[in-house]
Design a protein around this ligand. Structure first.
Ligand SMILES: Cc1cc2nc3c(=O)[nH]c(=O)nc-3n(C[C@H](O)[C@H](O)[C@H](O)COP(=O)(O)OP(=O)(O)OC[C@H]3O[C@@H](n4cnc5c(N)ncnc54)[C@H](O)[C@@H]3O)c2cc1C
Ligand SMILES: NC(=O)c1ccc[n+]([C@@H]2O[C@H](COP(=O)([O-])OP(=O)(O)OC[C@H]3O[C@@H](n4cnc5c(N)ncnc54)[C@H](OP(=O)(O)O)[C@@H]3O)[C@@H](O)[C@H]2O)c1
Length: 574
């Protein structure tokens, strides 16, 4: 009975979607060589695009800067951190505690701090006579220390994490440490004179983009974007100041990364534990070194890359490590996750998913202090207790706090904004995916907002070179986007292909789809360059996939990579 109802519901949903969004382009990422597949008319931008803001100076933002700068755009790059590097800027300083339960996505990464109302910008506020801990908290909230740990090594060989302009030196080991990657990305920034010590006026470090608003000209016509910016300046061990100002741009590139807003599962009872002992319950983004856990009993939750690697890192120092995982039967990530699980040391106990955190005593005594006394019930009924620390390696959510107007938490995974309502299709709903992007790069509602590296299962370094090139050429008129209707048609087709709903796997590419997308971009840009002018672009080097396979076989000796290769569409990088 229930199955019948579900079937009718799914049929109606898909049929309804198909009816509302008829499509002509069956496979978005195919070559444009076939004349019949060419867009019938192209998207016309409403204003000329010359002045660009890039949000984020990680590998993606820096590569984008290079692409735009060499095409003659006026470019500014804003980075909340003090240096370039993004995810690869390792510090012992840790991010703030992850909120439990999850915050609304409009503030899950950070809560925008706008200047007080009615002040004239630029505006400055000074904070003096503070405890050093208050300065540290303000700095950490502003810059968001990155979610990597000291012993972290890369998930792919060096060839898969290379920018074409900057080959790794021969003596660099195949498996990179976080420190190699940190120095590499900074070297790339220096090569383009946009490192924080270059004092390049096109860069603004320690500067967080708080808000992006549409701006209008004197006649009320849309004219571009206005950014509200907030700079954190540490003026001493007990003082800091904040400066706010606005700047105007024709277009915006969001290269703000995918791994900032932590995801904490909604498990009954967890909120009480986290409220009573916030320092004992953390997210993987706060993990740095195993020494801190010496002789402790630690529960790590989450069986993907972070969970398995942190469990492995802890296993030599902690007294005992448990790893709570849930099955990945229907997931496109299943084989990669099985591969990571194969490397978990034998002294780590793998246990099922947690069902319940039983209430902790509200008034602890010396004898029952901490979470050691608390009972954790697993879905198979097992009760566990005696943990000193719990680390949630349960992933991240997509969020753009500086674009709240394009968040809509009310939509479920199979719902969209009704056509003709006058409201935009959002970018963000429940944080599991990003919606409404053309080629995962252009926001269809506002194609002067571009996105870099928003997919999962991509080689971010290589991929960002092609995505940035595509956006730069489109905005310069050297390549054309299809009409808005055609972009939506392709998008709805992609949703249908994903089973008629968005979800956690929607942004996943994997190496086969990534290669197809890159091939499509190259074909499209080079064909349009012939028609509209501008330079042609070269493809990526060809042997990366083979190098990756050989490397992975060596890294995971207990896992039969070869027999499962096609099942998990091997993909390197995050
Ligand atoms: C634990 C971990 C391990 C990983 N390991 C690998 C790996 O081995 N290999 C690999 O290829 N990839 C790996 N990745 C993926 C990694 O994200 C990419 O390698 C790469 O960092 C992507 O670069 P990016 O520039 O797109 O994003 P990021 O490096 O995340 O950079 C985004 C930048 O935007 C800034 N920013 C964000 N919001 C704002 C704002 N409002 N205003 C101003 N600035 C802002 C951030 O401070 C950050 O500097 C890993 C990710 C994680 C979390
Ligand atoms: N060495 C490295 O370079 C390195 C190290 C770490 C991470 N990374 C990269 O960083 C990115 C993020 O990785 P990540 O591991 O932090 O996040 P992730 O890949 O999103 O994994 C989160 C995991 O938590 C699980 N989970 C969620 N709720 C759970 C619950 N209640 N109980 C048990 N498990 C639960 C998820 O299961 P479901 O899938 O069922 O939701 C998933 O397996 C990836 O791109 C990864 O490649 C790289």
């Amino acid at each position: 009975m229930h199955l019948t109802v579900l079937f009718i519901f799914l049929f109606l949903t898909v049929a309804n979607t198909t009816f509302q969004h008829p499509f002509r382009y069956q496979v978005p990422f195919t070559s444009t060589n076939d004349d019949q597949q060419k867009p019938s008319n192209s998207y016309q931008f409403k204003w000329p695009i010359r002045k660009i803001a890039i949000i984020g100076a990680g590998a993606g933002g820096l590569v984008t800067y290079r692409e735009f700068a060499r095409m003659g755009y006026e470019v500014r790059i804003f980075e909340r951190d003090s240096v370039p590097g993004g995810n690869w800027h390792y510090t012992d300083e840790v991010p703030l505690n992850a909120p439990v339960p999850n915050l609304d996505l409009s503030e899950a990464d950070f809560q925008p701090h706008l200047p007080p109302e009615n002040v004239v910008l630029p505006y400055e506020e000074s904070f003096v006579g503070l405890e050093p801990s208050a300065v540290s908290e303000a700095r950490r909230a502003h810059r968001a220390p990155k979610p990597i740990w000291h012993s972290l090594t890369s998930t792919a060989p060096k060839q898969n994490q290379e920018l074409r302009e900057l080959p790794w030196p021969d003596h660099t080991p195949l498996t990179l440490t976080q420190n190699h990657l940190q120095r590499y990305v900074r070297t790339f920034a220096s090569l383009h004179e946009i490192n924080s010590n270059d004092n390049n006026p096109n860069t603004s470090y320690n500067t967080r983009v708080e808000r992006v608003d549409k701006r209008y000209d004197a006649n009320g016509k849309e004219a571009g974007w206005s950014l509200t910016l907030r700079k954190f300046i540490e003026t001493g061990s007990s003082s800091y100041k904040i400066q706010w100002w606005t700047e105007e741009f024709d277009a915006i590139i969001v290269a703000s990364g995918r791994f900032s807003a932590p995801n904490l599962p909604r498990i009954p009872g967890l909120t009480q534990w986290a409220q009573l002992y916030p320092h004992l319950i953390s997210h993987s983004r706060q993990y740095r070194r195993p020494e801190e856990f010496t002789n402790q009993t630690v529960l790590v939750v989450g069986g993907s890359v972070s969970g398995t690697e942190i469990a492995e890192d802890l296993s030599g120092k902690a007294k005992k490590v448990f790893l709570s995982i849930r099955p990945h039967e229907d997931s496109v990530f299943r084989e990669t996750r099985n591969m990571y699980l194969s490397r978990v040391p034998k002294n780590v106990s793998i246990v099922p998913e947690i069902k319940f955190f039983h209430p902790l005593p509200i008034r602890p005594t010396d004898e029952n202090f901490g979470i050691r006394v608390g009972e954790i019930e697993l879905i198979n009924g097992t009760l566990l207790r005696g943990f000193d620390r719990i680390i949630f390696a349960t992933g991240f959510r997509y969020a753009f706090p500086f674009l709240p107007q394009y968040h809509n938490a009310s939509l479920r995974s199979n719902e969209t904004i009704p056509a003709g309502s006058g409201r935009p299709q959002p970018l963000i709903t429940d944080g599991t995916h990003i919606r409404s992007l053309h080629l995962d790069s252009f926001y269809i509602e506002e194609p002067t907002i571009g996105f870099i590296n928003m997919n999962l299962g991509i080689e971010s370094f290589m991929y960002s070179e092609f995505a940035a090139s595509a956006i730069a050429k489109v905005w310069a008129g050297e390549a054309k986007l299809p009409s808005t209707q055609e972009m939506w048609d392709q998008h709805w087709q992609r949703v249908i292909d994903a089973g008629g709903a968005y979800g956690g796997q929607f942004m996943y590419l994997g190496s086969a789809k990534e290669a197809a997308l890159v091939r499509y971009i190259i074909g499209w840009l080079n064909e349009d360059a012939v028609k509209y002018g501008g330079h042609q672009i070269d493809g990526p080097s060809e042997n990366r996939h083979q190098v990756f396979l050989v490397w992975v076989v060596a890294q995971f000796p207990d896992y039969n990579v070869k027999s499962n290769q096609s099942a998990f569409g091997l993909s390197s990088g995050g």
